[in-house]
Write a protein that binds this ligand. Structure first.
Ligand code: IPM
Ligand code: SF4
Length: 461
């Protein structure tokens, strides 16, 4: 019987297997940030261990950094960043600190440097590590004790998840993006729908996505509860990687591509579960609730919890509407927002900024609008293209790279009761600041919303 892509990549990395025990996997790339690494380094220090493979480890500062120039004022954030600096120096880890040209959100810098490659195992003490699966590797988030294990051994014990195929037939209509697709997928399968699985996204619409779009999709796999998300590499993947700093060069490149071409699910392979979705029926999607599965097409209205059959879901919807300050039956297009955030490891890449700029060009924003590049390199690229000027002319704020308003660990937050349209990945209660209300959207919807002050698709402008 043939094998799925996930099975192929997994098997190639097993260094020890024993009955009744998790497989011991070799890890090709270990990404580090300031929030989940301090105790792991402490553990190493206490055990008198060194880092096993500093060459396969890379660190960045992202969650706690302010996105305006200047020092970190919050003492907890400051300590976390300083601790990472000390640890990186002591253990010989390459670090991209604030202000460095290579700094950025951990899931943006791996791909941009060509460190993220097809067929790899990639881990990070961060749930959105699933992003890197867009290149056809197995990438997942790990806990701090696992971070320590990987630092010490470059291996990780893990049970192999089951495999799920999400088959996306047809083409995305014009104006419908990767973000709308993944929000629609999560609304369909639920925030627990992917639990216990590695998801492989397949089908025509997925093949047609750019690498940026594929990363957006894989990024949010975790929001459907999946262990990881992946997409088989193809010409789009190779073209994206070619020439990047850490991508193989010359003969090694040819050899790598030859191997990468074998990284696809065999025709006769069997997935443990298959979900089908028709891309051609999709429209711009927004969330109305407090989990990423509570989403609907923008053309619809706030749902009536009374009409939800499942008691748990009904209770969740009631609570969500109360927190969100929404009334059932209100057209989603009539919801007014105070703040728009374009950024994060979901939608903080150059293509996302270009899409937002295209809509904001020659227009003015009515909301507080933060445009935050996912990395300093994205920032540089955007500035070369003059996108910063477009944003500033529209009245939006152009910032330094970081996680920013994706989560309230830095100065970019919502005030209690404030409402945002955000291109990030989580709309949990308090995610963007205590009492803040988040609607997850694509960069296109975010930009159009900034123009009108209400949830809006570009086609409505
Ligand atoms: C802080 C970090 C551990 C966390 C994660 O694991 O994802 C954060 O990045 C997030 O997006 O919530
Ligand atoms: S941008 Fe958001 S989702 Fe991504 S790593 Fe930072 S906090 Fe987590």
């Amino acid at each position: 019987m043939g094998r799925t892509l996930a099975e192929k990549v997994w098997e190639r990395h097993v260094v020890r297997r024993a009955e009744g025990e998790p497989d011991l996997l070799f890890i090709d790339l270990h990404l580090i940030h300031e929030v989940t690494s301090p105790q792991a380094f402490d553990g190493l220090r206490m055990a008198g261990r060194k880092l096993r493979r500093p060459d396969l480890t890379i660190a960045t500062e992202d969650h706690n950094v302010p996105t305006v120039l200047g020092p970190i004022s919050d003492p907890v954030s400051k300590t976390q960043v300083e601790t990472l600096r000390k640890n990186a120096a002591e253990f010989g880890v390459r670090l991209h600190p604030m202000g460095d040209a290579g700094q950025g959100v951990v899931h943006i810098i791996g791909p941009q440097f060509g460190l993220t490659q097809p067929g790899m195992t990639i881990v990070c003490g961060d749930s959105h590590t699933s992003t890197h699966g867009a290149f056809g590797g197995i990438a997942f988030g790990i806990g701090t004790s696992e971070v320590e294990h990987v630092l010490a051994t470059q291996t990780l014990p893990a049970y192999r998840p089951k495999t799920m195929a999400i088959e996306v037939a047809g083409e995305l209509p014009a104006g419908v993006t990767a973000k709308d697709l993944i929000l629609a997928i999560i609304a369909k399968i639920g925030t627990g729908g992917g639990q216990g699985y590695i998801v492989e996204y397949r089908g025509e619409a997925v093949r047609k996505l750019s690498m940026e779009g594929r990363m957006t999709v894989c990024n949010m796999s975790i929001e459907a509860g999946a262990r990881a998300g992946m997409i088989a590499p193809d010409e789009t993947t190779f073209a994206y990687l070619k020439g990047r700093t850490h991508a193989p060069q010359g003969a090694a490149w040819e050899q790598a591509v030859e191997y990468w071409k074998t990284l696809k699910t065999d025709d006769d392979a069997v997935f443990d579960k298959v979900v089908e979705i028709d891309a051609s029926t999709l429209t711009p999607f927004v969330t109305w609730g407090t989990n990423p599965g509570q989403g609907l097409p923008l053309g619809e209205a706030v749902p009536d919890p009374g009409r939800i059959a499942d008691a748990t879901e009904r209770a969740a919807a009631e609570r969500a509407l109360e927190y969100m300050g929404l009334t059932a039956g209100t057209p989603l297009r009539e919801i007014e927002v105070d703040t728009v955030f374009v950024g994060s490891c979901t939608n903080g890449r150059i293509e996302d900024l270009r899409a937002a700029a295209e809509i904001l060009r020659g227009r003015k924003v009515r909301t507080r609008t933060l445009i935050v590049p996912g990395s300093m390199l994205v920032k540089l690229e955007a500035e070369k293209e003059g996108l910063d000027k477009v944003f500033e002319a529209a009245g939006a704020e152009w910032r330094q790279a970081g996680c920013s308003m994706c989560l309230g660990m830095n100065p970019d937050t919502l005030q209690p009761g404030e409402r945002s349209a955000s291109t990030s990945n989580r709309n949990f209660e308090g995610r963007q600041g205590k009492g803040g209300r988040t609607h997850l959207v694509s960069p296109q919807v975010a930009a159009a919303t900034a123009v009108t002050g209400r949830l809006t698709a570009p086609a409505d402008l």
